[in-house]
Design a protein around this ligand. Structure first.
Ligand SMILES: Nc1ncnc2c1ncn2[C@@H]1O[C@H](COP(=O)(O)OP(=O)(O)O)[C@@H](O)[C@H]1O
Ligand SMILES: [Mg+2]
Length: 371
Protein backbone atom coordinates (compact mmCIF):
# COMPACT_ATOMS: atom_id res chain seq x y z
CA UNK A 1 0.00 0.00 0.00
CA UNK A 2 2.60 2.53 1.04
CA UNK A 3 4.57 1.39 -1.95
CA UNK A 4 1.68 2.31 -4.25
CA UNK A 5 1.40 5.77 -2.78
CA UNK A 6 5.07 6.35 -3.26
CA UNK A 7 4.73 5.22 -6.88
CA UNK A 8 1.76 7.53 -7.52
CA UNK A 9 3.44 10.60 -6.14
CA UNK A 10 6.58 9.98 -8.02
CA UNK A 11 4.51 9.15 -11.15
CA UNK A 12 2.65 12.50 -10.88
CA UNK A 13 5.36 14.49 -12.58
CA UNK A 14 6.52 17.08 -10.03
CA UNK A 15 7.75 19.21 -12.91
CA UNK A 16 4.22 19.57 -14.41
CA UNK A 17 2.80 20.43 -11.03
CA UNK A 18 5.27 23.19 -10.34
CA UNK A 19 4.81 24.51 -13.87
CA UNK A 20 1.07 24.65 -13.24
CA UNK A 21 1.57 26.47 -9.95
CA UNK A 22 3.86 29.00 -11.58
CA UNK A 23 1.36 29.59 -14.37
CA UNK A 24 -1.57 30.02 -11.97
CA UNK A 25 0.47 32.45 -9.90
CA UNK A 26 1.37 34.42 -12.99
CA UNK A 27 -2.30 34.47 -14.03
CA UNK A 28 -3.32 35.88 -10.66
CA UNK A 29 -0.53 38.42 -10.78
CA UNK A 30 -1.66 39.48 -14.24
CA UNK A 31 -5.28 39.90 -13.15
CA UNK A 32 -4.10 41.88 -10.15
CA UNK A 33 -1.88 44.08 -12.30
CA UNK A 34 -4.74 44.60 -14.75
CA UNK A 35 -7.18 45.56 -12.01
CA UNK A 36 -4.70 48.10 -10.66
CA UNK A 37 -3.88 49.45 -14.07
CA UNK A 38 -7.44 50.06 -15.26
CA UNK A 39 -9.18 50.64 -11.94
CA UNK A 40 -9.09 54.40 -12.32
CA UNK A 41 -9.49 54.68 -16.09
CA UNK A 42 -12.56 56.61 -17.14
CA UNK A 43 -11.80 56.53 -20.86
CA UNK A 44 -12.42 53.40 -22.92
CA UNK A 45 -9.21 53.84 -24.89
CA UNK A 46 -7.12 53.87 -21.70
CA UNK A 47 -8.76 50.65 -20.54
CA UNK A 48 -8.02 48.96 -23.87
CA UNK A 49 -4.47 50.21 -23.97
CA UNK A 50 -3.87 49.19 -20.33
CA UNK A 51 -5.24 45.68 -20.80
CA UNK A 52 -3.26 45.13 -24.00
CA UNK A 53 -0.08 46.32 -22.35
CA UNK A 54 -0.65 44.17 -19.28
CA UNK A 55 -0.98 40.99 -21.34
CA UNK A 56 2.21 41.78 -23.22
CA UNK A 57 4.20 42.99 -20.20
CA UNK A 58 3.34 39.81 -18.32
CA UNK A 59 4.55 37.74 -21.24
CA UNK A 60 1.29 36.10 -22.38
CA UNK A 61 1.54 37.45 -25.91
CA UNK A 62 4.32 38.79 -28.07
CA UNK A 63 2.42 41.78 -29.43
CA UNK A 64 -1.02 43.02 -30.29
CA UNK A 65 -3.48 45.77 -31.02
CA UNK A 66 -6.65 47.14 -29.51
CA UNK A 67 -9.39 47.81 -32.03
CA UNK A 68 -12.67 49.69 -31.85
CA UNK A 69 -15.53 49.58 -34.31
CA UNK A 70 -17.63 52.75 -34.48
CA UNK A 71 -19.20 52.37 -37.87
CA UNK A 72 -17.69 50.27 -40.65
CA UNK A 73 -14.51 48.29 -40.01
CA UNK A 74 -12.73 48.06 -36.66
CA UNK A 75 -9.88 50.56 -36.38
CA UNK A 76 -6.68 50.21 -34.38
CA UNK A 77 -6.68 52.54 -31.37
CA UNK A 78 -3.63 51.21 -29.53
CA UNK A 79 -0.62 49.06 -30.37
CA UNK A 80 1.36 46.90 -27.97
CA UNK A 81 5.01 46.11 -28.59
CA UNK A 82 4.88 45.34 -32.28
CA UNK A 83 8.09 44.12 -33.76
CA UNK A 84 7.40 46.30 -36.75
CA UNK A 85 7.81 50.03 -36.58
CA UNK A 86 4.52 50.72 -38.21
CA UNK A 87 1.47 48.57 -37.83
CA UNK A 88 0.76 48.89 -41.50
CA UNK A 89 3.97 47.06 -42.39
CA UNK A 90 3.12 44.02 -40.22
CA UNK A 91 2.62 41.05 -42.53
CA UNK A 92 -0.14 39.75 -40.27
CA UNK A 93 -2.08 42.97 -40.49
CA UNK A 94 -3.88 43.03 -43.83
CA UNK A 95 -6.58 40.48 -43.04
CA UNK A 96 -6.97 41.67 -39.48
CA UNK A 97 -9.93 44.00 -39.92
CA UNK A 98 -12.07 41.35 -41.56
CA UNK A 99 -11.16 38.78 -38.90
CA UNK A 100 -11.79 41.26 -36.12
CA UNK A 101 -15.20 42.05 -37.61
CA UNK A 102 -16.09 38.37 -37.64
CA UNK A 103 -14.99 37.95 -34.02
CA UNK A 104 -16.95 41.03 -32.90
CA UNK A 105 -20.04 39.83 -34.73
CA UNK A 106 -19.76 36.39 -33.16
CA UNK A 107 -18.94 37.88 -29.75
CA UNK A 108 -16.59 35.03 -28.87
CA UNK A 109 -12.81 34.58 -28.75
CA UNK A 110 -11.50 33.43 -32.10
CA UNK A 111 -8.13 31.75 -32.32
CA UNK A 112 -6.67 31.56 -35.76
CA UNK A 113 -3.08 30.61 -36.56
CA UNK A 114 -1.83 34.20 -36.35
CA UNK A 115 -4.13 35.93 -33.94
CA UNK A 116 -6.12 35.57 -30.76
CA UNK A 117 -9.11 37.80 -31.44
CA UNK A 118 -10.64 38.66 -28.09
CA UNK A 119 -13.85 40.72 -28.01
CA UNK A 120 -13.94 42.67 -24.73
CA UNK A 121 -17.08 44.69 -25.45
CA UNK A 122 -19.74 44.96 -28.13
CA UNK A 123 -17.44 47.17 -30.22
CA UNK A 124 -13.99 46.62 -28.74
CA UNK A 125 -11.51 43.85 -29.29
CA UNK A 126 -7.93 42.89 -28.54
CA UNK A 127 -6.04 41.25 -31.39
CA UNK A 128 -3.07 39.40 -29.91
CA UNK A 129 -0.28 37.51 -31.55
CA UNK A 130 2.35 35.06 -30.31
CA UNK A 131 0.38 33.41 -27.48
CA UNK A 132 2.36 31.62 -24.78
CA UNK A 133 0.50 29.07 -22.70
CA UNK A 134 -2.75 31.08 -22.35
CA UNK A 135 -5.51 29.11 -20.61
CA UNK A 136 -9.23 29.54 -21.35
CA UNK A 137 -10.14 30.18 -17.74
CA UNK A 138 -7.51 32.90 -17.42
CA UNK A 139 -8.65 34.56 -20.64
CA UNK A 140 -12.28 34.47 -19.48
CA UNK A 141 -11.40 36.14 -16.17
CA UNK A 142 -9.30 38.72 -17.97
CA UNK A 143 -12.13 39.54 -20.41
CA UNK A 144 -14.59 39.88 -17.54
CA UNK A 145 -12.40 42.49 -15.84
CA UNK A 146 -11.91 44.50 -19.02
CA UNK A 147 -15.60 44.28 -19.83
CA UNK A 148 -16.69 45.72 -16.50
CA UNK A 149 -14.08 48.47 -16.74
CA UNK A 150 -15.39 49.37 -20.20
CA UNK A 151 -18.96 49.42 -18.91
CA UNK A 152 -17.85 51.79 -16.20
CA UNK A 153 -16.38 54.16 -18.78
CA UNK A 154 -19.68 54.16 -20.66
CA UNK A 155 -21.60 54.98 -17.50
CA UNK A 156 -19.10 57.66 -16.63
CA UNK A 157 -19.44 59.15 -20.12
CA UNK A 158 -23.21 59.25 -19.81
CA UNK A 159 -22.98 60.81 -16.39
CA UNK A 160 -20.55 63.46 -17.60
CA UNK A 161 -22.81 64.27 -20.54
CA UNK A 162 -25.83 64.51 -18.25
CA UNK A 163 -23.87 66.76 -15.94
CA UNK A 164 -22.94 69.04 -18.84
CA UNK A 165 -26.53 69.11 -20.00
CA UNK A 166 -27.62 70.02 -16.49
CA UNK A 167 -25.20 72.88 -16.20
CA UNK A 168 -26.22 74.23 -19.61
CA UNK A 169 -29.83 73.94 -18.59
CA UNK A 170 -29.24 75.61 -15.26
CA UNK A 171 -27.56 78.47 -17.03
CA UNK A 172 -30.43 78.75 -19.48
CA UNK A 173 -33.01 78.54 -16.71
CA UNK A 174 -31.29 81.31 -14.77
CA UNK A 175 -31.28 83.46 -17.89
CA UNK A 176 -34.93 82.64 -18.50
CA UNK A 177 -35.71 83.54 -14.90
CA UNK A 178 -33.98 86.90 -15.28
CA UNK A 179 -35.89 87.52 -18.49
CA UNK A 180 -39.15 86.67 -16.80
CA UNK A 181 -38.36 89.08 -13.99
CA UNK A 182 -37.59 91.74 -16.58
CA UNK A 183 -40.91 91.08 -18.29
CA UNK A 184 -42.86 91.27 -15.01
CA UNK A 185 -41.02 94.43 -14.08
CA UNK A 186 -41.90 95.97 -17.46
CA UNK A 187 -45.51 94.84 -17.13
CA UNK A 188 -45.74 96.42 -13.69
CA UNK A 189 -44.03 99.59 -14.75
CA UNK A 190 -45.68 100.07 -18.12
CA UNK A 191 -49.19 98.80 -17.57
CA UNK A 192 -49.91 99.14 -13.89
CA UNK A 193 -47.65 102.14 -13.32
CA UNK A 194 -49.07 104.07 -16.24
CA UNK A 195 -52.66 103.20 -15.36
CA UNK A 196 -52.16 104.36 -11.76
CA UNK A 197 -50.51 107.58 -12.95
CA UNK A 198 -53.47 108.22 -15.25
CA UNK A 199 -55.82 107.52 -12.36
CA UNK A 200 -53.97 109.94 -10.09
CA UNK A 201 -54.15 112.69 -12.70
CA UNK A 202 -57.83 111.92 -13.28
CA UNK A 203 -58.52 111.99 -9.55
CA UNK A 204 -56.81 115.40 -9.26
CA UNK A 205 -59.12 116.77 -11.94
CA UNK A 206 -62.20 115.18 -10.38
CA UNK A 207 -61.25 116.62 -7.01
CA UNK A 208 -61.27 120.12 -8.54
CA UNK A 209 -64.43 119.57 -10.51
CA UNK A 210 -66.46 116.40 -9.74
CA UNK A 211 -68.07 115.09 -12.88
CA UNK A 212 -70.01 111.83 -13.40
CA UNK A 213 -68.53 110.94 -16.81
CA UNK A 214 -64.94 111.45 -15.60
CA UNK A 215 -65.61 109.27 -12.55
CA UNK A 216 -67.08 106.51 -14.72
CA UNK A 217 -63.94 106.60 -16.89
CA UNK A 218 -61.72 106.33 -13.83
CA UNK A 219 -63.75 103.37 -12.61
CA UNK A 220 -63.29 101.62 -15.98
CA UNK A 221 -59.55 102.26 -15.82
CA UNK A 222 -59.43 100.79 -12.30
CA UNK A 223 -61.31 97.69 -13.52
CA UNK A 224 -58.89 97.19 -16.43
CA UNK A 225 -55.91 97.64 -14.12
CA UNK A 226 -57.33 95.13 -11.69
CA UNK A 227 -57.60 92.67 -14.61
CA UNK A 228 -53.96 93.30 -15.46
CA UNK A 229 -52.86 92.73 -11.88
CA UNK A 230 -54.85 89.49 -11.75
CA UNK A 231 -53.28 88.32 -14.98
CA UNK A 232 -49.74 89.04 -13.75
CA UNK A 233 -50.53 87.29 -10.47
CA UNK A 234 -51.99 84.31 -12.30
CA UNK A 235 -48.86 83.99 -14.42
CA UNK A 236 -46.68 84.17 -11.34
CA UNK A 237 -48.57 81.77 -9.12
CA UNK A 238 -52.32 81.38 -9.00
CA UNK A 239 -53.66 81.44 -5.45
CA UNK A 240 -56.29 78.99 -6.65
CA UNK A 241 -53.56 76.33 -6.93
CA UNK A 242 -52.89 76.52 -3.21
CA UNK A 243 -56.50 76.95 -2.21
CA UNK A 244 -58.38 74.64 -4.54
CA UNK A 245 -55.75 72.43 -6.11
CA UNK A 246 -54.53 71.38 -9.52
CA UNK A 247 -57.82 70.88 -11.31
CA UNK A 248 -59.17 74.31 -10.42
CA UNK A 249 -55.86 75.96 -11.29
CA UNK A 250 -55.63 74.25 -14.69
CA UNK A 251 -59.27 75.13 -15.44
CA UNK A 252 -58.58 78.72 -14.45
CA UNK A 253 -55.54 78.84 -16.75
CA UNK A 254 -57.42 77.17 -19.60
CA UNK A 255 -60.21 79.73 -19.27
CA UNK A 256 -57.64 82.50 -19.33
CA UNK A 257 -56.09 81.05 -22.53
CA UNK A 258 -59.54 80.95 -24.09
CA UNK A 259 -60.34 84.53 -23.08
CA UNK A 260 -57.00 85.89 -24.25
CA UNK A 261 -56.41 83.87 -27.42
CA UNK A 262 -59.72 82.26 -28.31
CA UNK A 263 -58.26 78.74 -28.10
CA UNK A 264 -60.74 76.28 -26.61
CA UNK A 265 -59.16 73.94 -24.06
CA UNK A 266 -60.94 70.84 -22.76
CA UNK A 267 -59.87 69.90 -19.23
CA UNK A 268 -60.48 66.49 -17.68
CA UNK A 269 -59.00 65.82 -14.27
CA UNK A 270 -59.79 62.63 -12.38
CA UNK A 271 -57.40 62.60 -9.46
CA UNK A 272 -58.70 60.91 -6.32
CA UNK A 273 -57.47 63.63 -3.96
CA UNK A 274 -55.16 66.60 -3.68
CA UNK A 275 -51.54 65.89 -4.45
CA UNK A 276 -48.62 67.13 -2.47
CA UNK A 277 -47.80 70.79 -2.81
CA UNK A 278 -44.64 70.29 -4.90
CA UNK A 279 -46.32 67.79 -7.21
CA UNK A 280 -49.23 70.11 -7.88
CA UNK A 281 -46.84 72.96 -8.62
CA UNK A 282 -44.76 70.88 -11.02
CA UNK A 283 -47.77 69.54 -12.92
CA UNK A 284 -49.29 73.01 -13.07
CA UNK A 285 -46.04 74.45 -14.50
CA UNK A 286 -45.91 71.66 -17.07
CA UNK A 287 -49.51 72.31 -18.14
CA UNK A 288 -48.84 76.06 -18.22
CA UNK A 289 -45.73 75.70 -20.41
CA UNK A 290 -47.41 73.19 -22.72
CA UNK A 291 -50.45 75.44 -23.14
CA UNK A 292 -48.24 78.48 -23.70
CA UNK A 293 -46.37 76.53 -26.39
CA UNK A 294 -49.66 75.62 -28.04
CA UNK A 295 -50.71 79.26 -28.09
CA UNK A 296 -47.32 80.39 -29.37
CA UNK A 297 -46.41 77.67 -31.85
CA UNK A 298 -49.19 75.19 -32.61
CA UNK A 299 -52.04 77.01 -34.36
CA UNK A 300 -54.28 74.29 -32.94
CA UNK A 301 -58.04 73.98 -33.14
CA UNK A 302 -58.56 71.38 -30.44
CA UNK A 303 -56.60 71.24 -27.22
CA UNK A 304 -57.06 68.96 -24.24
CA UNK A 305 -55.50 68.56 -20.82
CA UNK A 306 -56.11 65.25 -19.07
CA UNK A 307 -54.83 64.29 -15.63
CA UNK A 308 -55.40 60.80 -14.25
CA UNK A 309 -53.79 58.21 -12.03
CA UNK A 310 -52.65 54.99 -13.63
CA UNK A 311 -50.40 52.17 -12.51
CA UNK A 312 -49.05 53.95 -9.48
CA UNK A 313 -48.35 57.25 -11.19
CA UNK A 314 -50.04 60.51 -11.88
CA UNK A 315 -50.23 61.17 -15.62
CA UNK A 316 -50.79 64.50 -17.25
CA UNK A 317 -51.33 64.60 -20.99
CA UNK A 318 -51.59 67.81 -22.99
CA UNK A 319 -52.62 67.22 -26.57
CA UNK A 320 -53.14 69.53 -29.53
CA UNK A 321 -53.97 69.09 -33.20
CA UNK A 322 -51.72 71.90 -34.41
CA UNK A 323 -48.76 72.07 -36.80
CA UNK A 324 -46.51 69.76 -34.74
CA UNK A 325 -42.71 69.70 -34.82
CA UNK A 326 -39.75 67.32 -34.80
CA UNK A 327 -38.50 67.17 -31.17
CA UNK A 328 -35.20 65.50 -32.16
CA UNK A 329 -34.28 68.38 -34.44
CA UNK A 330 -34.17 70.96 -31.63
CA UNK A 331 -30.84 71.99 -30.11
CA UNK A 332 -30.56 72.50 -26.37
CA UNK A 333 -30.92 76.24 -26.53
CA UNK A 334 -34.02 75.93 -28.67
CA UNK A 335 -35.90 73.90 -26.08
CA UNK A 336 -35.43 75.57 -22.76
CA UNK A 337 -39.15 75.37 -22.07
CA UNK A 338 -39.30 71.64 -22.81
CA UNK A 339 -36.10 70.91 -20.87
CA UNK A 340 -37.43 72.93 -17.95
CA UNK A 341 -40.57 70.77 -17.88
CA UNK A 342 -38.48 67.60 -17.96
CA UNK A 343 -36.13 68.85 -15.26
CA UNK A 344 -38.97 69.77 -12.88
CA UNK A 345 -40.54 66.32 -13.32
CA UNK A 346 -37.26 64.45 -12.93
CA UNK A 347 -36.49 66.23 -9.67
CA UNK A 348 -39.59 64.51 -8.25
CA UNK A 349 -38.68 61.16 -9.83
CA UNK A 350 -41.00 61.60 -12.81
CA UNK A 351 -40.46 61.82 -16.55
CA UNK A 352 -41.55 63.63 -19.69
CA UNK A 353 -42.25 62.22 -23.14
CA UNK A 354 -43.10 64.28 -26.19
CA UNK A 355 -44.71 62.84 -29.28
CA UNK A 356 -44.88 65.11 -32.26
CA UNK A 357 -44.08 65.34 -35.93
CA UNK A 358 -44.82 68.04 -38.48
CA UNK A 359 -48.52 67.96 -39.33
CA UNK A 360 -49.54 65.58 -36.53
CA UNK A 361 -50.05 67.91 -33.59
CA UNK A 362 -48.26 67.33 -30.32
CA UNK A 363 -48.77 65.20 -27.22
CA UNK A 364 -46.91 65.95 -24.03
CA UNK A 365 -46.93 63.11 -21.49
CA UNK A 366 -45.85 64.00 -17.97
CA UNK A 367 -45.60 61.33 -15.31
CA UNK A 368 -44.96 61.53 -11.59
CA UNK A 369 -44.71 58.53 -9.26
CA UNK A 370 -47.63 58.48 -6.84
CA UNK A 371 -46.60 58.70 -3.21
N1 LIG B 1 -47.43 72.25 -29.17
C1 LIG B 1 -46.47 72.58 -30.05
N2 LIG B 1 -46.76 72.68 -31.37
C2 LIG B 1 -45.80 73.00 -32.27
N3 LIG B 1 -44.52 73.26 -31.95
C3 LIG B 1 -44.18 73.20 -30.65
C4 LIG B 1 -45.12 72.86 -29.63
N4 LIG B 1 -44.47 72.84 -28.45
C5 LIG B 1 -43.19 73.16 -28.71
N5 LIG B 1 -42.99 73.38 -30.03
C6 LIG B 1 -41.72 73.66 -30.70
O1 LIG B 1 -40.68 73.34 -29.79
C7 LIG B 1 -39.84 74.47 -29.60
C8 LIG B 1 -39.30 74.47 -28.20
O2 LIG B 1 -40.28 74.77 -27.23
P1 LIG B 1 -39.84 75.45 -25.88
O3 LIG B 1 -38.70 74.68 -25.32
O4 LIG B 1 -41.02 75.60 -25.02
O5 LIG B 1 -39.24 76.85 -26.35
P2 LIG B 1 -40.00 78.17 -26.77
O6 LIG B 1 -41.47 77.98 -26.51
O7 LIG B 1 -39.40 79.22 -25.90
O8 LIG B 1 -39.67 78.35 -28.23
C9 LIG B 1 -40.70 75.64 -29.95
O9 LIG B 1 -39.93 76.72 -30.36
C10 LIG B 1 -41.55 75.10 -31.08
O10 LIG B 1 -40.85 75.14 -32.27
MG1 LIG C 1 -42.11 77.34 -24.60
Amino acid sequence: MSEMITRLTTAADPHVDSHEVVRRTRELETLHALAQRIAESLIARDVLEGSLQTLIDMGWFACGEAMVRDAGLPETVAVGLCRYDAVASCPLHPALQARATAALDAGVVVRDPDWYLVPVGPHSLLALSGAKDVSDSFLAAFIELVRSALKRTVLHGRLAEKEQQRSRLLHALLTAQEEERGRISRDLHDQIGQALTAMLLGLDQVLDRPERAALAKLKDLAAVTLGDVRRIALDLRPSVLDELGLEAAIRRYARDVHERYGTEVTVLVTLPSRLDHQEETVLYRVAQEALTNIVRHARARTVSVVATTARGSVQLVIEDDGVGFEPDDLTHVEQIGLLGMRERLEILGGSLRIESAPGTGCRVYARLPQR
